[in-house]
Design a protein around this ligand. Structure first.
Ligand SMILES: Nc1ncnc2c1ncn2[C@@H]1O[C@H](COP(=O)(O)OP(=O)(O)OP(=O)(O)O)[C@@H](O)[C@H]1O
Ligand SMILES: [Mg+2]
Length: 326
């Protein structure tokens, strides 16, 4: 509708328009305020709900930092990115907790094992000091044996930590040559124990630390000899090549072992059944060292009890061509 300017009211405002403004302005303002408050409140609640999982994850991180590794987030709800993050965090916490418990057990066992020879030495020395005239060769022999045990244990611990650090340079190694060398070294021990060693070796080229891999082979062969039958025992040492891997197998006759017991033998300081023939009092680190060296070389260790008694230990390592330098 066209308005003639001559019809304009004296105050310049059309009565209809001003009435409209009077009616709608407060309402519009109220609606705007309501929308603002609603938006802010809704946004705040929504953000709180969305970020609640993050708060739980942050709380769990704080608790873990303060040493509480047993706490888990266990985030409920649908599978989204937050849930994935929380689950991954829980898995990581579980692994750290197991690892820390393992380390504590190891430290406690190592201290206990080291304390025993030191305590025996102390007793022997105290006795010798109170009665120096009666220090016999026997006392000195016992002191020497106890000292040798402490040295063996310390060396085994050092070797274990060296292998764990993977701080060795890799060189081409042929497992069959190492098996030969270990057999030659331990032949007198085998004869002493009435054990026959049978070797069958194909060239088995891999790469790694020759010293550590020789230690691994020697530990396995040593075990196969000393944990064998009291007499007429046999050890079979074999090396070979499988697709992509090389294998060292050490098998021996001996006492019957259950698969459950065999599965625990690589635990540090774990010794097998109470034996009738206890002339070899090992420190219980031989297989733990073998496992650590195998893992440091990206290999796998399999320990299976033989049905007729004794053990079959297989170490599988990545193969390399004998002409490839890595
Ligand atoms: N070849 C084997 N045949 C039968 N039992 C074995 C064999 N190798 C290991 N065992 C069992 O596993 C246990 C752990 O072996 P491991 O080599 O770790 O320790 P150890 O031989 O007792 O001591 P050391 O640290 O001196 O080697 C042994 O005490 C033994 O009972
Ligand atoms: Mg051993």
């Amino acid at each position: 509708m066209l308005i003639n300017p001559d019809d304009r009211p004296a105050n310049g405002v059309f009565p209809v328009r001003s009435a409209l403004l009077d009616v709608f302005a407060p309402r519009a303002a109220a609606v705007l305020v309501f929308l603002l408050v609603f938006g802010l409140l809704g946004g705040w609640i929504l953000a709180g709900r969305m970020l609640a999982p993050l708060t739980r994850i942050t709380d769990a991180t704080r608790m873990a930092t303060n040493g509480s590794l047993s706490h888990r987030i266990r985030l409920p709800g649908r599978e989204d990115e937050f849930r994935e993050l929380a689950d991954a965090f829980d898995t990581m916490l579980a692994q750290i907790e197991t690892h820390v418990a393992e380390q504590r057990r190891f430290a406690a066992n190592a201290s206990h094992e080291l304390r025993t020879p030191l305590a025996i030495s102390k007793t022997l020395l105290d006795v010798a000091r109170t009665d120096p005239d009666h220090v016999t060769g026997d006392v000195i022999d016992r002191l020497s044996a106890v000292n040798a045990r402490a040295v063996d244990l310390t060396e085994a611990l050092l070797l274990l930590s060296r292998a764990e650090q993977r701080s060795f340079t890799r060189e081409p190694v042929d497992l069959s040559l190492l098996a030969e060398e270990a057999t030659e070294t331990l032949l007198p021990l085998a004869e002493e124990h009435g054990v026959t060693i049978e070797t069958r070796g194909d060239v088995a080229p891999t790469s790694g630390s020759p010293a550590l891999l020789l230690q691994l082979t020697t530990n396995l062969l040593h075990n196969a000899i000393v944990h064998n039958l009291p007499e007429q025992g046999t050890v079979w040492v074999g090396t070979g090549v499988r697709p992509g891997t090389v294998v060292l197998t050490v098998e021996n006759t001996g006492e019957k072992l259950t698969p459950e017991l065999a599965a625990t033998l690589t635990e540090p300081f774990q010794r097998g059944t109470e034996r009738v023939r206890t002339d070899h009092a090992g420190v219980g680190l031989g297989l733990a060292i073998v496992r650590t060296i195998t893992h440091a070389h990206d290999g796998t260790l399999t320990i299976t009890p033989r049905t007729a008694g004794g053990l079959r230990v297989t170490v599988e390592l990545p193969a390399v061509s004998p002409h490839t330098d890595r």
